[in-house]
Design a protein. Structure first.
Length: 201
């Protein structure tokens, strides 16, 4: 269960462990977290409250930065609204495990497809535990699919109430891979001093 504030109630209390999960320790059969609803709720909040949206993009050595309209934000954010996150499909086709990361003090809910051919390869929801309801801090996803003879891999990170970014690597059948990074920021505290640094979660 969750509230519109991006809060969740723990499906179950996971085992305390280090960052590397024990595959035999904490495989959940309880309801999956509503990842798609979390993203849609964030988009609605940006529509209502954001005073400005800064877009930063990197392709090779070229970097661009500009404020964009809401339509551009919604188009880019749509990359997170994957069909696989439909609640019934997600529950049936993806396995859930959870662990407590002792370094970050966040509960990691990890979702992997039962079908290795799924375009959506991984979802991780990072949750800050609290006594009543827990706060979703970050959502991370990995996808891989083909566009013609080009393999497209994406790593998507949504930092709640602050920004999101999408790292895309396109590997054509012949030639060098093309890497792009798109980042949209709506928290003014992150407008300055942010240089599109790539971080993997």
């Amino acid at each position: 269960m969750y509230s519109c504030g991006g809060k969740v109630q723990k499906p179950k209390e996971p085992e305390t462990t280090t960052a590397k999960p024990d595959p035999n320790a904490d495989t959940d059969t309880t309801a999956h977290l509503p990842v798609g609803d979390f993203i849609r709720d964030e988009i609605k909040k940006v529509e209502i409250y954001a005073g400005g949206i800064l877009r930063k993009a990197t392709r090779g050595n070229r970097k661009d930065s500009a404020f964009v309209q809401l339509d551009q934000f919604k188009k880019s954010a749509g990359q997170f609204l994957l069909k696989e996150l439909d609640s019934a499909y997600f529950q049936e086709k993806f396995s859930q495990t959870s662990l407590m990361d002792e370094t970050s003090q966040l509960i990691n809910f990890i979702y992997t497809p039962k079908d290795s051919n799924s375009d959506l390869q991984k979802v991780v929801v990072y949750v800050a535990p609290a006594k009543t309801s827990d706060n979703v801090e970050r959502i991370y996803m990995e996808t891989a699919f083909s566009q013609g003879d080009t393999l497209v891999a994406k790593k998507l990170t949504w930092k709640m109430r602050q920004y999101f970014y999408v790292l895309t690597i396109k590997q054509p059948k012949t030639g060098e891979p093309i890497t792009t990074l798109e980042k949209l920021i709506w928290d003014p505290q992150h407008f300055a001093g942010h240089n599109c640094i790539i971080r993997m979660y």
